[in-house]
Design a protein around this ligand. Sequence first.
Ligand SMILES: [Zn+2]
Length: 696
Amino acid sequence: MKLLLRFFLFRFSLLSLLALLALATCPARAADSAAPAAPADPLATLRAGHPRLVFTPQEWAAFDQRVKNRKQDPQFDALLSQLENNARKLLDRPPLGYKKIGYRLLAVSREAFRRITTLAVVYRATHDEAFARRAEKEMLNFAAFSDWNPPHFLDVAEMTAALAFGYDWLHDSLAPESRAAIRKAIVEKGFGEGLDPKLPRNNWQRLENNWNQVCWGGLTLGALAIAEDEPQLARDTLTRARAGIVNGLKPYAPDGVYPEGPGYWSYGTTYQVLVIAALESALGDDWGLPRSPGFMESAKVMFQLTAPSGYTFNFSDCAPRRLFEPALYWFAKKLNTPALATPPISDAETTRFLPLVALWWPDKGLPATKTAPPDMPLAWKGEGINPVAVFRSSWTDPNAMWLAVKAGAANANHGHMDAGSFVFEADGVRWAIDLGSQDYESLESKGLKIWGRQQTSDRWRVFRLNNFSHNTLTIGDQLHRVDGRAEFENFWLTSLDNPLFSTGVTVNLLPVFAGQATKVKRDFVFRSSPSNSFTIEDRIKGVAPGTEIRWAMATKAQVQFYDDKYVANSDGKDIHGKSALLTQDGKQLRVRVKVGSGDFINAPPIGLTVYKDVSPISVNDENQGFEAIPADPPKNDYDALNPDTRILIVRVKVPASGNVRIIVLLQAEEHEVKITSDDGHIRTIRQMQGMDKFNP
Ligand SMILES: [Zn+2]
């Protein structure tokens, strides 16, 4: 066992130390991020002729070559077949009408993007006129819309991008009058009343979120596509875009954690990549945008945020399923890291950016095996608007233990009241879940104004968005403070030689409980002992006696409670209490809770200090307890259903001291494993599933 442990420690520590060194070098990189000076004429270096958007004529020539030799690369051949199939299906589909959902035309704009780019790429691959004519018909249909819905400007931006690509990629095969009609539509419906920042519809220009990226992205693509015919509009757009687009890049700083969650990383970053690639291909100048702090690093962060199951840490407005991200193919090339380009997944047909993959395809094909990018640490933390820490026991084992936790503030764009919340996997099961976002229209149609970010905003009446649904603490049945920002205080990793190895992070949650407590710290600790478990320890002080503190964890597992004798106190006596046994997919997880009062050591629980508490409080009496409450039916008629979901809750009534300590041990099932020790003896040990890769 010791040998096994030492090996594990070595692997864990070495990789993690490398990561810490990498983190330490980040600020130096930030210093050289100043954008180069803008030339007097933003169009001075405009590439003449078409195509010039995102891909250069050389890249199209390489694409032609790849198409010619498609049978030599079965994965590229499969991608192209998929695109051809998608394009064929479009040939006899009815044209789209001007149909809004609520106040958004966005679904139509996105389908326009998918249709036009798919048809254009397949035409370039097959030279079959039917695809070019259908793309032309699609563009003329959208060009004839009365408008592209400027009050919700994302819709305009994505439609402008769609027509810009079709216009540029198919330029020479479009009829001159079609080109004129498309240009006119881009000018009148894309730019409309212009870019005056005082116009309400243009409020995205300075926003530091995905709107800035998508809207500047769409308009920049539009301006570059028609620049020779509309030079003044193009110059004006490029000048303003250069000044405004830096705002959308600020949230990546310093470490690449996108504060709006993995889903919006995908949206904002894809448009950011399109702009950068289009500036490079059309002007030969990326404006220094890729050097914005954290931007290039954000591609690897997506792998940190992806659990062994393949699902993501879905904080903020985000679903857990990881999207297929064509933009990663661009990052793979730029960073010379082929492993960033993961194969297209089954839902790729509906991914409107799929045609881009055919052009960004790696010269040497996809990597033979699906591996994580190299040099990825097992314990990692990223700072920023929404700091995140992630711990895992392996990068390759689907049964590995994985925990991700976030700090930050609820008033970030698309934010939830989820400071201190975590998602946990072990044995291939996601035991602790985040319920994710709720469909916006389902709330807006019932009159909720979900985009306010004040303490009293409707947004916080929604169960999935407030602290009551998240795996965090609630004090006195109150909402978190919307403007309180939780921060990481410690992120530690004990040395290789420490027999009480641990790694973890402390979150200072006091800002979200301002006025309710004098101290709220939450420690996440991964220890080698007992039995490679994860501990979540809350240290709370200065709460009014009698107040209820609620500890919560949402789960899809079946929950049974049982009487347990689970930890030895510092005086050597066992504690008796109630534990929960979670069962899902034939696997089990024990959730063991200990609640204490009185004073306690004011230090992060490095090593095994965790059980040296005094004055345990029973969680079994009538006022306090450990229970599992079904998430359905929801409290309000506007809340989404959460089928087959329970919230595991520990309730603690604050004692006279005002201090409470809650220790929860998440302990995955142990399995008997045979190992061969140095002296040749085969023996059986019990260890967690997924730890066998650490066998020497
Ligand atoms: Zn959430």
